[in-house]
Design a protein around this ligand. Structure first.
Ligand SMILES: Cc1ncc(COP(=O)(O)O)c(C=O)c1O
Length: 299
């Protein structure tokens, strides 16, 4: 089997209807777009964003960035192993270098990713050319193909357009959890004109409209599709949670047998249930929630 075969996806990803009274009582049909089933190791929007980048790398070492629990770092490491490509992960937090690796970084290392830890202020400056050059020198990876944090660059955003195209004719509203906004940027561009996309940011800050617009500008030359963000469901920021959110996610898992990834997908589904209760979706709306990931470690 070749490396490319090992990355073979299940596309289009399945679209499943779930019976959930929290939506049904408001006349809303809920569909789950199971991007978590695209590939066993390069999961969800990671597959859609990474595969075009791996092709663009033409066999060079892939270098990318992430925090200690980054889904993106794990996906990049797995893709590198499957394709036989060297990978380097630049990890936020110099202090982590002296501690035992957490399960997420352990998985990255087991998949052959070389980890390079940097202090937080260096990490913050990584998009500045001089700071990036210093990081690449220190990591011994000057010739590497660079994938940004979260994997959202122009080719990635274009790759996510297929997600929208797969949903044409199937839903009125398509909702997705957002980190960098790259998945939303591509999804919205791929939908039909009578559909709209809704992004639920999991980070606090209200900066994502501008970032998503910038990603669409770079990938498509301007704003594409009908999309908006609802900034009320981040629970205080990235990886922040609350007993209410955890209870919601566990209940959703028990009702529907869907493993609910906690950093993104739980906030999305909780946000959608709240919006349905607020009457945000007219009676008769078909709502598709994109399941962009799976819990790690898996139960
Ligand atoms: C499971 C999951 N869902 C959603 C997202 C958000 O994607 P984006 O950064 O394209 O907004 C991520 C990003 O890393 C993710 O890991």
């Amino acid at each position: 089997m070749t490396g490319t075969d090992l990355l073979a996806p299940r596309l289009p990803s399945p679209l499943q209807e779930v019976a959930d009274h929290r939506f049904a009582r408001h006349g809303v049909r809920l569909l789950l777009k199971r991007d978590d089933l695209i590939h066993p190791e390069v999961i969800g929007n990671k597959w859609r964003k990474l595969v075009p980048n791996l092709a663009a790398a033409h066999g060079r070492t892939i270098l990318t960035f992430g925090g200690a629990y980054s889904n993106h770092l794990r996906a990049t490491a797995a893709a590198g192993r499957l394709l036989g490509l060297p990978t380097v992960g630049v990890v936020r937090g110099q202090e982590l270098a002296d501690r035992p690796l957490n399960p997420s970084l352990t998985r990255c290392a087991a998949d052959g990713m070389r980890l390079h830890f940097v202090d937080r202020s260096t990490y913050r400056c990584k998009s500045e050319p001089e700071a990036l050059a210093r990081i690449l020198r220190a990591a011994g990876a000057e010739d590497a193909y660079i994938v940004p944090e979260g994997g959202s660059n122009t080719v990635a955003v274009r790759g996510c357009r297929a997600l929208g195209e797969e949903l044409r004719g199937h839903a009125d509203v398509v909702a997705v959890a957002c980190g960098t906004g790259g998945t939303l940027a591509g999804l919205a561009a791929g939908l039909a004109p009578d559909q709209r996309a809704l992004g639920i940011p999991v980070l606090k800050g209200g900066f994502l409209t501008g970032e998503t617009e910038a990603l669409q500008e770079q990938a498509f030359g301007g704003r594409k599709g009908t999309w908006s963000l609802d900034d009320r469901f981040h629970f205080g920021g990235y990886a922040r949670t609350a007993p209410e959110l955890d209870a919601f996610a566990t209940d959703f898992e028990n009702r529907h047998g869907l493993p609910v990834e906690r950093l993104y997908v739980a906030k999305l589904l909780h946000g959608l249930a709240t919006l349905a209760d607020e009457g945000a979706f007219p009676h008769g709306t078909t709502l598709a929630a994109v399941i962009t990931g799976r819990p790690f470690p898996e139960a």
